[in-house]
Ligand binder design. Structure first.
Ligand code: ZN
Length: 323
């Protein structure tokens, strides 16, 4: 990070939190701020708040930002910078890229938030040097990203890597996307806490309910993982079920893409060994041996900042070549 470094702005727009950072061309996050996303006040308000915070951050840093990258959820067009739909935010057809450019006066690139997180993990996180990296982010939903030889693979209409919507149970649980049986409905943080809540309400998980202070609605996937670690039977069952479905999903992606690194991040991955040990074992059973033995399955390293760092990295990368 010498005087010759170039700097990029990264923005990670999530349904609950926005992360904004300045990142060097070596991937160092040199300034960072985050704030709640005021979803109900609409996209113009949210982008103007982001713009103000970004201008402040850049001002304190001393200017000199080459380009900006923004990660956002939902199907979007990386060329026009328009988000078609953001189901979790209730926004439709938002030209996020031009809106942010107007605010900050810096050339901006828009990408899918899960792609940004995957790129961040490839660049300076858990998958540095990987030839083929796939990333699963297990949060409110399940985000997926594919990075091949240092480039995000987006498919022909920017919709590649939607691992959360692979159908792993025909006719199964309803998913937010309108279909049913999607991985997201079984192994996201939301799915795990919902399943634990069902058992608790039915009186089949008293220890779990105690841990949540008697309040079913405060059962998080972290609490479920902790209860499972403490030997709670109901919590164990919930975790085992989520791990089984996750193993099926990860194994399918591995057999399709033969990656050398599989990164698992998001709130569910904070469970640590209680997730990763049985997951790796089950994946080994399900996956072609030659595929499994070539792959490392690792926890994400950049935590909640992966999307911010990755969005800046994508802006660095995309500005280098022809548009
Ligand atoms: Zn779905």
């Amino acid at each position: 990070m010498g005087p010759t470094s170039n700097y990029f702005l990264g923005v990670d727009l999530g349904g609950t939190t926005v992360g904004i950072g300045i990142v060097s061309d070596e991937g160092n996050l040199v300034a960072y701020t985050s704030m709640a996303t005021e979803v109900n006040r609409g996209p113009h308000h949210v982008v103007s708040v982001i713009g103000k915070a970004a201008r402040n951050l850049i001002g304190v840093f001393g200017g000199g930002i080459l380009r900006a990258g923004m990660g956002a959820p939902g199907p979007l067009d990386t060329r026009t910078g328009v988000v078609y739909e953001m189901p979790n935010l209730g926004w439709e057809r938002v030209p996020l890229r031009s809106m942010l450019e107007e605010e900050i006066g810096i050339r901006t690139y828009l990408d899918n938030d899960a792609n940004a997180a995957a790129f961040g993990e490839w660049w300076v996180g858990a998958g540095v040097g990987a030839h083929a990296l796939v990333c699963f982010t297990l949060g409110t939903g399940i985000g997926g990203g594919i990075v091949i030889d240092g480039e995000v693979y987006r498919g022909v209409s920017d919709a590649a890597g939607e691992f959360g919507h692979m159908i792993i149970q025909p006719g199964g649980r309803a998913c937010h996307c309108g279909k049913s049986g999607c991985l997201e409905a079984y192994a996201s943080a939301t799915a795990i806490s919902a399943r634990a809540g069902e058992l608790a309400r039915a009186g089949r998980a008293p220890a779990l309910l105690d841990l949540a202070g008697g309040d079913v609605s405060s059962l998080t996937s972290q609490l479920v993982a902790r209860a499972a670690q403490n030997g709670d039977e109901a919590a164990r069952r919930v975790m085992e079920e989520a791990i089984e479905y996750l193993a099926i999903g990860v194994s399918n992606v591995m057999n399709a893409l033969n990656p050398d690194v599989v990164v698992i991040g998001g709130g569910v991955a904070e469970a640590g060994d209680i997730l990763f040990a049985p997951l790796a074992e089950r994946i080994r059973e399900l996956t072609f041996e030659v595929v499994d033995s070539a792959a490392k399955i690792v926890p994400a390293m950049l935590g909640s900042r992966a999307g911010t760092v990755g969005a800046a990295g994508i802006a660095m990368r995309r500005g280098e070549g022809p548009e």
